[in-house]
Design a protein around this ligand. Structure first.
Ligand code: CP
Length: 307
């Protein structure tokens, strides 16, 4: 069994069989993470570069750990300590790194389309670790894995993405992936944060958090992205929290069976109360653990196609 594409650029257009293969393979690696020795020799001899042009905690560490767990050689690149600061172009940087014989490139960049561009200038397998407002496919996959782990299925589930959907690559990857797997996807937020015309994709739109809570099995709560100008789309963070914040009081009034996801980093007291962020309804740290297994699966499936 192998994937139908040698790159993972997004979840848009990825066939159900490929998504299922990644999720099934991740389950195997999730078991490896519970062993006393959490390492397999699967990618021994392969070299992977983590090319991060934008800040990250979870994704960068998770990819690096996944590569080490698979016994690959790992190189970490960050702009702040590189010759990008001396004016070297993106293309020259990539070509120089590739000349050192790397097999796979994991890339995060503030511009949408950079992973696609990399496939034109590099022979390596390319994995998108988040490109601008476009997609964050491994986050979408780990969210799907975590929902399935908690509820035992994706098909037929009602999943609502809450918050700054317009600025969210996580939202888009969730929408594409979950719809392919047969879930019913909706979004909730102020109209300034919901992309115009999203209903045409078969997505229900809520403007009241109480209704979203009442009618869904899962809320995937997205961060208000202040670094991407989200602050201009709402009167204040306090007002956002008053109308859309997910609180224990709201959960207990409207849906005690709800499962809460958040990709991190969390704005505590804005999209989620601290009580919810640390409480019994959320699976936030499970998402982080599962992220390592999902990234191991993607690296393994792409890395073994390359040889
Ligand atoms: N969820 C996520 O992408 O987090 P980081 O920005 O810390 O990688």
């Amino acid at each position: 069994m192998s994937l139908s594409n040698r790159h993972l650029l997004g979840l848009s257009g990825v066939p159900k069989e490929d998504l299922q293969l990644i999720l099934d393979t991740a389950r195997t690696f999730r078991e490896v993470l519970e062993r006393p020795i959490k390492k397999v020799p699967t990618l021994q001899g392969k070299t992977v570069v983590n090319l991060f042009y934008e800040d990250s905690t979870r994704t960068r560490i998770s990819f690096e750990l996944a590569q080490k767990r698979l016994s690959a050689d790992t190189i970490n690149f960050s702009t702040s300590t590189s010759s990008v600061k001396k004016g070297e172009t993106f293309k020259d940087t990539v070509r120089n790194i590739e000349a050192m014989k790397v097999d796979m490139i994991v890339v995060r960049h503030k511009s949408a389309g950079v992973p696609q561009y990399l496939t034109k200038i590099s022979k390596a397998n390319i994995i998108n670790a988040g490109d601008g407002l476009h997609e964050h496919p491994t986050q979408g996959l780990l969210d799907m894995y975590s929902i399935n782990e908690r509820l035992g299925r994706l098909e037929g589930l009602k999943v609502c993405i809450v918050g700054d959907v317009a600025h969210s690559r996580v939202a888009l990857s969730n929408i594409y992936g979950l719809k392919t797997m047969g879930a019913q996807v909706s979004v909730c937020g102020p109209s300034t944060m919901i992309p115009f015309g999203i209903e045409a994709l078969g997505i229900k739109v809520y403007h009241k958090i109480e209704e979203a809570l009442k009618e869904n099995d899962v809320l995937n709560v997205i961060r208000i992205q202040l670094e991407r100008d989200a602050g201009r789309r709402i009167p204040s963070l306090r007002e956002y929290h008053n109308y859309f914040g997910v609180t224990t009081e709201r959960i207990e009034k409207f849906n005690k069976d709800i499962v809460i996801l958040h990709p991190g980093p969390i704005n505590r007291g804005v999209e989620l109360s601290s009580e919810v962020a640390d409480g019994p309804y959320q699976v936030i740290l499970d998402q982080v653990t599962n992220g390592v297994a999902v990234r191991m699966a993607v690296l393994y499936l792409l890395g073994t196609m390359h040889s």
